[in-house]
Every structure is written in structure tokens, then in C-alpha cells.
Design a protein. Structure first.
Length: 251
């Protein structure tokens, strides 16, 4: 039970036999604990209900708790900011009415982790490709070469539009190629929204623990193949954020 005047911040749901590592703290620096019901347990910590929530520190605390538990057990993370009134409400509003949904999701994701592969274009290489493939962009670039910075405004705008359009088309092709190259080593694939104009691909993969080494080798091989054009970065293993269906709403 939480202390009077406090609420429960909920990080996610784990199997009931999960164990919280000693000393793990979450938002507000409070100790993380489990609220068990049937085959499930909600991962929670106390929080002051009137306090602000949404700082960078809060987000980092949320991610730290999720990733720590994900290394030990199957973790179904909730979206950042899930707060209920009490430990009893965790059971009454989440675990009891949606027990089978959570249990099935945990069973589906057991023994699997998420990896995110982020590709970033090497600027000089991809720009050279654009200029070679688009005569209008090449002509504009040549015309603007010797002009001062404050001249040729509309030509510069047009050149920028052509480059952005070309990058969007390249990103679509490169994302598909990345997904196809690594899909044989993953259970599921989830392309993600590009974070910036220099993003070549951003794809999440759900990988069985037994295929982890094969997947990582495939990433290394693709990174070597794309060297000089696209830089690959692998983030993971992570909790399966991109592969958990939208959870039941917490009232």
C-alpha cells in the first residue's frame, strides 16, 4: 500500500514471479515495488499527485526502471506518465479487468527483446548522389556556387526542396532495404518515423534471445556494406516498446 497523500506511478506489467533488483528507484527517487494479482504484477513507485511530472529526469527514471526490469524478465512498458490513485487501483483498474490481455502479451514477448537500428546519411556522399541523379539540383548548385550568401534566395529555396524530396525517396528505399536485410533474424519488424533529414532509416526489430548473435552479426555486415554512405547504430537490447499492442486505458 502507498502512503497517505501519495499516488502510484506505473511503469509497466511483469509476471507475478518477477523480482525487483534491490535499491531500484524511480520517479521522485522513490523505491520501485510490485503489486501482484494472479499471474501478473504491476511495477510501481510512490509519487506525489500534486507534483509536476514530465521533466527530463522523470523520463530518464521511467526508462531506467523499464530497462532494468527488461533485463531480468518480460517487461510490458506502459506509456510515460501512467498514474493511478493507489496500489489497490493498480489491481482494480488494470490487472484484474485486463488480466488475460496482459498475460497473453507477456507470453507472446517472453524471451524476446527489441533492437532499434538507426541509419544516418554521410552528408557529402548522399548530396553527391542527389546532384548526380537530379540535373535541376546540379544546375542550381552550379549557378549558386559563386553567388554571395544573400543572393539567389529563390534558387536556394528550390534547391533545398529538391534535396529534401530526394532524401525522402532515398529514405523510403533504404528503410525497406534495411528491414529486408535484417528481417530473417527477427520475429517482427516495425519501421519508425524519421527523426531528422539526415536519417536514412529507423527500424525496430523484435529478436528472439537465441537469435541475438546472428542478428548482431547481420547488422555488422550491413554496416560494413553501407560504410561511407550510411552510418548504422544499434540500440538494444531494449524492452519491446514498439511491439506491445496499445494497452487498455488506465482510468
Amino acid at each position: 500500500m502507498n502512503e497517505p497523500g501519495t499516488a502510484c506511478y506505473v511503469y509497466g506489467v511483469v509476471p507475478a514471479d518477477a523480482v525487483v533488483p534491490e535499491g531500484l528507484t524511480g520517479t521522485d527517487g522513490n523505491e520501485v515495488s510490485l503489486v501482484r494479482h494472479g499471474e501478473l504484477a504491476g511495477v510501481v513507485s510512490e509519487i506525489m499527485p500534486e507534483g509536476p511530472l514530465g521533466t527530463r529526469e522523470d523520463l530518464l527514471a521511467h526508462e531506467h526502471v523499464v530497462e532494468t526490469l527488461a533485463k531480468e524478465t518480460t517487461m510490458l512498458p506502459l506509456r510515460f506518465g501512467a498514474v493511478v490513485t493507489s496500489a489497490d487501483a493498480v489491481v482494480d483498474e488494470m490487472l484484474a479487468p485486463h488480466h488475460d490481455w496482459f498475460a497473453d502479451a507477456i507470453a507472446d514477448l517472453a524471451g524476446r527483446m527489441e533492437y532499434t537500428i538507426l541509419g544516418t546519411y554521410v552528408e557529402e556522399t548522399v548530396l553527391r548522389e542527389v546532384l548526380e541523379e537530379r540535373p535541376e539540383a546540379r544546375r542550381l548548385r552550379e549557378n549558386l556556387r559563386d553567388l554571395p550568401e544573400d543572393a539567389g534566395y529563390y534558387e536556394r529555396v528550390r534547391l533545398g526542396e529538391l534535396v529534401v524530396q530526394a532524401l525522402e525517396e532515398k529514405r523510403e528505399v533504404d528503410t525497406e532495404e534495411l528491414a529486408q536485410a535484417l528481417a530473417p533474424y527477427a520475429v517482427a519488424v516495425a519501421p519508425r518515423e524519421a527523426a531528422g533529414e539526415d536519417t536514412a532509416a529507423d527500424v525496430a526489430f523484435l529478436v528472439d534471445d537465441k537469435d541475438q548473435r546472428r542478428f548482431e552479426r547481420a547488422v555488422d555486415e550491413l554496416g560494413h556494406e553501407w560504410s561511407g554512405r550510411i552510418r548504422l547504430r544499434m540500440i538494444g537490447p531494449l524492452a519491446p516498446y514498439d511491439f506491445v499492442p496499445s494497452p487498455p486505458e488506465v482510468d
